[in-house]
Write a protein that binds this ligand. Structure first.
Ligand SMILES: CC(C)(COP(=O)(O)OP(=O)(O)OC[C@H]1O[C@@H](n2cnc3c(N)ncnc32)[C@H](O)[C@@H]1OP(=O)(O)O)[C@@H](O)C(=O)NCCC(=O)NCCS
Length: 153
């Protein structure tokens, strides 16, 4: 499978500190350790942490399965590790894992101007199924959130 040179560790509430640090390095808006702890003790929430050999973690994804749907809650790769197909391999892995438990559709939300993420998702076959107008608050105003989905069965 794509990204096999990396290690993928299943995250739990015990990894909340690592996940919060990774998230903080990937996004402008941080999620606290407590938020990750709360998320990862909620039913149906999973996380994967990417490591390169014995080095520090370089990527994360947190996703939630409910009934036959999955929502990707956050996905990020440290700036120095981008364009190594880490995010693409995380999406591949989520899809395999979710298919195995009977999920048929994966959803996510992305800012309209997040070109890197949009290219990633389009390349993986996600399609726009909705839009939340002026959903994200940015330094220079508000921007729409696009809701994307991919059917995986
Ligand atoms: C979006 C993000 C997760 C992509 O991670 P990544 O590991 O670098 O992505 P990949 O290497 O798997 O990229 C796969 C494909 O996505 C597209 N892509 C990824 N980053 C891109 C960029 N900066 N510009 C254009 N296309 C890009 C390309 O098609 C790429 O394939 P290619 O390298 O063969 O051209 C990463 O840039 C990131 O963490 N951004 C900040 C957090 C964020 O915005 N998360 C998404 C929130 S919805």
């Amino acid at each position: 499978m794509r990204g096999d040179k990396f290690a993928y560790v299943e995250g739990s509430a015990l990894h909340a500190e690592i996940l919060a640090a990774l998230h903080d390095s990937c996004f402008d808006v941080s999620w606290s350790i407590q938020e990750f702890q709360d998320l990862l003790t909620s039913p149906g929430v999973f996380a994967l942490i990417v490591q390169q050999g014995t080095s520090e973690p370089c990527g994360l994804v947190v996703f939630r399965a409910a009934s036959d749907e999955c929502e990707i809650l956050t996905i990020g790769v440290l700036p120095g590790w981008r364009r190594h197909k880490i995010a693409a391999s995380l999406l591949d892995r989520i899809i395999v894992q979710m298919r195995d438990i009977g999920v048929s559709r994966v959803f996510l939300e992305v800012a309209k101007d997040n070109e890197a993420a949009l290219k990633l998702y389009q390349g993986q076959g996600f399609q726009e199924v909705g839009r939340r107008r002026k959903y994200y608050k940015m330094a220079d105003g508000r921007i729409d959130a696009l809701i994307l989905a991919k059917t995986i069965f």
